[in-house]
Design a protein around this ligand. Structure first.
Ligand code: 13P
Length: 264
C-alpha cells in the first residue's frame, strides 16, 4: 500500500507570527497515530522557524523551489544542499506558477529535479494541463512531455525517489476542482505512462492531486484508487481545513487497505 501524503503548499503567504500560530494549531490537534505523512512547504525565509517549531513531531517540511548546483554566482537563488542543511526533506519542482509566471521550461525543471535528488531531497514533480489544453484534448500529450523531459535526463529509476503531483492549472486557486473521475483518469494515465518504462516504479510512486482540494471535496478525491494524497494551497493555510483533509486521507487509506485485504 502506498502511504498517503498530505502536503501544504503555503506559497508566498505568512508572517513569522502567522507561521507560529498555524504550526501551533496544527500540532495541537495532530493525530499522534497518524498513518498519513504530513508535510508543510513554507517560504524559504520561514524554514528555520518551521524547523524549530516542528522539532520532535512527525510532521516534515519542504521547500517550494531550488536552483541547480550546490553553490555559485546565482543571485537570489537557493541550492538543494542549503535546504538539506535546514532539515528539509522535500522540494516542489515544476509547479505551474513557476512554469507560467517565472517561465521555467522543461529543461530547467528537469535539471532542478535532478539537483534535488543529487542533494538528497525528494522532488515533488508537479504536472498538469491548462484549461485550453484540456479543451483541445491534449492533456495526456502535455503530461507525457512533462514526464518524459525528466525521464530522458535522469532515467526512470530516479522516480523511485520522487513524488508526482497532478495539478490541473485550471483548478489551482480558482475554486474549480477536477471531479474525482477526471482526476483519477489523469492519475491512472500518469501511472500507466511510467509503467511503460518500469512497472514496479509506476505501482509504488505516490501521485498527489492538487487544485482547490479542501475539507469538503477531499474524501471523494482521496477515495480514488490512484490518488495517494493532496498538494493543498489555500486550504493548508488554516489548521482546521488542513487537519480535516489529513483526517479524510486517514479514512481513505483505511478503506483502501480493507479493499486490498478483501481482494486478496
Ligand atoms: P489551491 O489548493 O489553492 O488551489 O492550490 C493548489 C496548489 O497550487 C498547490 O500546489
Amino acid at each position: 500500500m502506498r502511504k498517503p501524503l498530505i502536503a501544504g503548499n503555503w506559497k508566498m503567504h505568512g508572517s513569522l507570527n502567522q507561521v507560529q500560530t498555524l504550526i501551533g494549531d496544527i500540532k495541537a490537534k495532530f493525530p499522534t497515530d497518524s498513518t498519513t505523512q504530513v508535510l508543510v512547504l513554507p517560504t524559504f525565509v520561514h524554514l528555520s522557524l518551521v524547523q524549530q517549531l516542528l522539532k520532535n513531531t512527525t510532521i516534515s517540511y519542504g521547500a517550494q523551489n531550488l536552483y541547480v548546483g550546490s553553490s555559485g554566482a546565482f543571485t537570489g537563488e537557493v541550492a538543494g544542499a542549503m535546504l538539506k542543511e535546514l532539515g528539509v526533506t522535500h522540494v516542489l519542482v515544476g509547479h505551474s506558477e513557476r512554469r507560467s509566471i517565472f517561465h521555467e521550461e522543461l529543461a530547467l525543471i528537469a535539471a532542478k529535479f535532478k539537483a534535488a535528488l543529487d542533494a538528497g531531497l525528494t522532488p515533488i514533480l508537479c504536472v498538469g494541463e491548462t484549461q485550453t489544453e484540456r479543451e483541445n484534448g491534449i492533456t495526456e500529450k502535455i503530461i507525457s512531455e512533462q514526464l518524459d523531459s525528466i525521464i530522458s535526463l535522469t532515467g526512470i529509476a530516479a522516480f523511485q525517489r520522487a513524488i508526482i503531483a497532478y495539478e490541473p492549472v485550471w483548478a489551482i486557486g480558482t475554486g474549480l476542482t477536477a471531479t474525482p473521475e477526471q482526476a483519477q483518469a489523469v492519475h491512472a494515465f500518469i501511472r500507466q505512462h511510467l509503467a511503460q518504462n518500469k512497472v514496479d516504479i509506476a505501482k509504488a510512486i505516490r501521485i498527489l492531486y492538487g487544485g482547490s482540494m479542501k475539507a469538503e471535496n477531499a474524501a471523494s478525491l482521496l477515495a480514488m484508487p490512484d490518488i495517494d494524497g493532496g498538494l493543498i494551497g489555500g486550504a493548508s493555510l488554516e489548521a482546521s481545513s488542513f487537519l480535516a483533509i489529513i483526517h479524510a486521507a486517514e479514512q481513505a487509506f483505511q478503506r483502501k487497505n480493507e479493499l486490498t485485504k478483501e481482494g486478496s
